[in-house]
Design a protein around this ligand. Structure first.
Ligand code: AVJ
Length: 333
């Protein structure tokens, strides 16, 4: 046989996540098999997600952008003079730029992300948009306590921004932990804006995660490709199938990778057995009603101020305030 030159591996865009190997082996060793959704987002996965946001079936990004475009002025009215805006794990600069447009009162913008490369890009883009606005990036895991830059700590007010329905990737108890952590970081009287996907017809939901072009399937299967690239695994992508469905009892979309047959796969030196039809659970994307998110938030001390939705009520952006509700807005009884 003629020796075939191996395709050169793409240069890693960032250092391989040191936990990836251990998390994958633990997740594939358990029953049911699972891998955390955060591992979708290597360079290829991030690129595929960008493509998803432009799919006709995938409404969330478009709806949220529309809400921010059309209600940006009203939303900005809740942000006090001289406030620092803290964005938790931003996925793209597009959304924050819509908000900044109507918020000349901001004294600083603090993007918080675990990926330093991503933050560098974001800072560059914003510098051209709002050259005067101090941009103070923080590299941190948004689920863990971290310190704000001094300017943001000393600002007269703080406003958090958590768009993209990222909250839906958390289990509800993890979402509550996130809200408590955000409260600790932002402090008494802070405002928090959360973008989230609303409960709706299962047909609409199922289609959004089963697009006709198969981009979501590719995004899901990229996890197998990533394990092949980074962990020396030998997954045959054609032997697995993308499964995404709405779980009505739990108000969530579940994504799985289903093994099409009984097979053994090598992963990081281990052998993993799959039964025919056995799945790797790769993502939950929780959907909330305005009421259910409000209840979750109020349990952690965040009280609802206002909610904006798109005309079809597919997506919502809610503003919460941490601490005792104002006398004016507090309900009696
Ligand atoms: C980035 C978590 C909001 O749950 O809709 C898109 C990820 N997964 N298609 C979502 C995703 C499949 C997305 N979030």
């Amino acid at each position: 046989m003629v020796a075939v030159a191996r395709a050169p591996r793409p240069e890693p865009h960032q250092a391989a996540d040191p936990n990836f190997t251990a998390d994958v082996l633990a997740g594939l060793g358990g029953t049911p098999k699972r891998i955390a959704a955060k591992y979708f987002y290597d360079a290829e996965g991030s690129h595929l997600f960008e493509q998803i946001t432009r799919l006709p079936e995938y409404y969330p990004t478009r709806c949220e952008m529309k809400i921010l475009r059309e209600h940006g002025k009203d939303i900005a009215k809740l942000i006090p003079e001289g406030a620092a805006l803290i964005e938790f794990g931003s996925g793209s600069t597009k959304k924050i730029r819509l908000l900044l447009k109507s918020s000349p009162q901001l004294a600083a913008y603090v993007p918080v992300d675990i990926c330093a490369d991503y933050l560098r890009e974001e800072v560059k883009e914003l510098k051209t948009d709002r050259p005067q606005l101090p941009v103070l990036p923080v590299i941190a895991d948004i689920c863990m306590p971290f310190d704000l830059p001094e300017t943001a700590r000393n600002a007269p007010a703080r406003c958090g921004f958590f768009p993209g329905s990222t909250i839906g990737n958390f289990e509800p108890h993890e979402a509550a932990d996130f809200l408590r952590n955000a409260a600790r970081i932002l402090g008494e009287g802070a405002i928090l804006l959360i973008g989230y996907d609303l409960i709706k017809s299962p047909d609409v939901l199922n289609l959004a995660y089963n697009d006709l072009q198969g981009v979501t399937a590719k995004f899901n299967k990229n996890l197998l490709a990533r394990m092949n690239r980074e962990l020396g695994a030998n997954f045959k992508l054609e032997c697995f199938e993308h499964h995404a469905f709405y779980n009505r009892e739990r108000n969530r979309i579940e994504m799985h990778l289903a093994s099409l047959k009984r097979q053994k796969v090598r992963v990081a030196g281990d052998t993993v057995d799959f039964r025919a039809g056995e799945t790797i659970h790769t993502e939950n994307s929780y959907k909330y009603s305005i009421e259910s998110l409000t209840a979750l938030a109020s349990g952690t001390g965040w009280n609802l101020i206002s909610t904006w939705t798109d005309p079809k009520k597919y997506f919502a952006v809610s503003a919460f305030k941490f601490g005792k509700p104002d006398k004016k807005t507090a309900r009696s009884g």
